[in-house]
Design a protein around this ligand. Sequence first.
Ligand code: PLP
Length: 849
Amino acid sequence: MYPYRTISIIPRLPESIGRLRELAYNLWYSWNDQAMELFRFINPRLWEEVYHNPVQFLLRANEDELNNAAENKQFTNNYRKVMDSFDHYMQEKTWYDNCKTPESTQLIAYFSAEFGVHESHPTYSGGLGLLAGDHCKAASDLGLPFVGVGLLYKQGYFTQLIDSDGNQKPDYPFQNFSEMPITPVIDETGRELIVDVKLPGRRVYARIWKMLVGRVCILFLDADLTANRLEDRALTGQLYGGDKETRISQEILLGRAGVRALRAMGLKPTVWHINEGHAAFLLIERVRELAEEQGLPLGPALEAVRADSIFTTHTPVPAGHDVFTFEMVDRYYSHLYERMGLTREQLLELAKDLPEGGFNMTLLALRFCGHCNGVSRLHGEVSRAMFHHLYQGIPVEEVPISHITNGIHTLTWLAPELRELFNTYFDHDWEKKIANSATWAEVDAIPDKDFWQVHTALKAKALDFARKKLIEQRTRNQETFDRVKEVENYLTPNTLTIGFARRFATYKRANLIFSNKDQLLKLLNNPNGPVQLIFAGKAHPADTAGQELIKQINDLAAEEQFRGKIIFLENYDINVARCLVQGVDVWLNTPRRPMEASGTSGMKAALNGVLNCSILDGWWPEAYNGENGFSIGADWDFNDEEAQDKYDYNSLLTVLNQVIIPAFYDRQPDGTPVKWIQKMKQSIKTIAPRFSTERMVTEYTEKFYLSAMQRNSIFTADNYQMCQEMYKFKQFLINNWHNVQIINVQASEAETMPLGDELFIQATVRLKQIPREYIQVEIAYGEKCKDGLFRIHTLPLTAVDSCSSGDHIYEGSVALPQGNYGYTVRVRPNSPYFTHHFELPLVCWAPSF
Ligand SMILES: *Cc1c(COP(=O)(O)O)cnc(C)c1O
């Protein structure tokens, strides 16, 4: 029997604290501990039971408790303070108010398959989701007109349980959406707004839920409706669950129904940001709209989409890039080919993966988006090399993929105890100036003793948390009384504690430190001072190698000699992450370089004075300055994984034994480790401002969002006139580029030249029917390498004359800096409306003479 309907009977909130409900429905609480403290105060046990979900908390709290709180002076005082601070936050002027351009009120839509905002809303698997959540929070702080679009997974990713043999057991509890901090979007008649998409043989309907994150909102699509077939209701069941059919259906829901949800709500984004390839079908949906609603043919439609679309790629790991077979794409899209005014071949061409021959979502996004980026300087380089094959003749460093390094949302990850300490020593408005280095310089003003005391308290909290979690796990597994009881003696407060918590993808090498058991034993019992390790992390349920690693660590932890010194915590999530990054001493990161695109957990640790000990991969080469943490491994590429693992392992042990352990245990008579504290302060000072989402979203705004808004106005004006022109311009160049030739280059034949003298160059260029203003002739110079030039600089040459043959003479001169350089002349397309020199990847190089 199914219930006819469900209804929640909820306790009455006393009027004087009635706005708690409003607070519960705005994820602003997730970075304001004092707001969460209000709930904890009312009933601390219930607060833990509902896993810090304030909506569920208010549904379950009893009226007496609520009335008691309403009459408690301390509570009502705190309540007023929190509500004032919330109101202030929602109304105050923001950074974005100061970058008004004619277009700046336009809406930015941000599509992502995962959003990690708070543990009370498990729609994330790892770093990608956390980044999306932190991006939204910073968009709110900075005042951007911004809306997130994602899917609402009935079972989230999965809950990780560890059984008594140390195996990972996934659990898939159903989320009750009416008990989550989200509300359904309704239309003007009060009914739930429903959007739909066609999938092979049927329509799939989705409801839209809305989550408030400060000033911005995130929309979540939910297919669990009775209007859908049973299998389709499960489409939004699990994040990264199911097979390829599930995946493509989910991505069509996200990309196509996501666009429709915005339309149905009357929202009109002019900037479209695709966070990883999962959402790239939105590009095709927009082409369809332009074809059916504006009558634009494919070419100009692509220009329209390219003008205001942004793509962020997040990993060099092949499994992170979805590839579908052409046969699948046909089944899901063939009914649209004609309506979109394109042929099957044209669509497949847009995402064709050359070697594999599949439909690659990353390539689709790269070919469609005017702005593309990786998520750290190194990842930018790696991505340019990875996709170089798409840009024939273009130097790898000029492949149109730039980088914007990831950051974290500072107030979400900073321990409240440290926030309070900073309130005392920093400027009163420091929270509004997070990306400013000067803000953080003030950590030096904090007395070492106070600083260390806070760290010690946070560490005690983390160790307590770890023990409690382990006791819970063993109790649930019905282990013996002794096994449960002995956990109370695990982990010593004064011992150097190393944390490692991340997804158990194999490239992250969670087991690197366990490579040699004898060495491990020596390390943990180092005569200069002992070490203890806390591990946590989920392996994807289909990743057997990752699960094997978890089992290995649990087996080790169970050995007598390691008991209580190696701990594995189950169910790594935001709650576990928060506790660990705030409370251990060292944060270990051992990916196989260069597979870690950025990594963000280390930024969270650094912000809390937890020192990073990391391979120079992802964000770390940009951050590490020799004083603010520790680097291990090498900053070059290996082509032999075994050799790399060995090298990195030896480096890790050396740094731990010879640098980290002595430094940590070097104490003043009163027990404070002065030199260690210096490093902790360095870590906060140098890393907090730069690796914040405050800096990151500012950078996205200045480099991409404002430019995309402006391009949107230009490209849509006068009935998409510019799209037509740009399309014609590109077609003309593509069709005539074979005529471009550099006939002759003349330059000094001297092999050396005094610094400061100018090198004069003259080139004869054949363009045939291509007008001079369509192209740029330039000198390109740089350092020599085996494939040509790198660290290329360019300088335009000027047309001085045309020959009777119709060829053109270009001239210019350059004062080269000191060093040994190669130089050449090249011709490339040129338009003031390009986002990148090689938006149209055509180039003609001077032949070497
Ligand atoms: C920050 C975070 C991540 C990402 O950390 P990495 O350094 O990229 O591994 C993953 N999961 C959770 C729960 C996090 O909080």
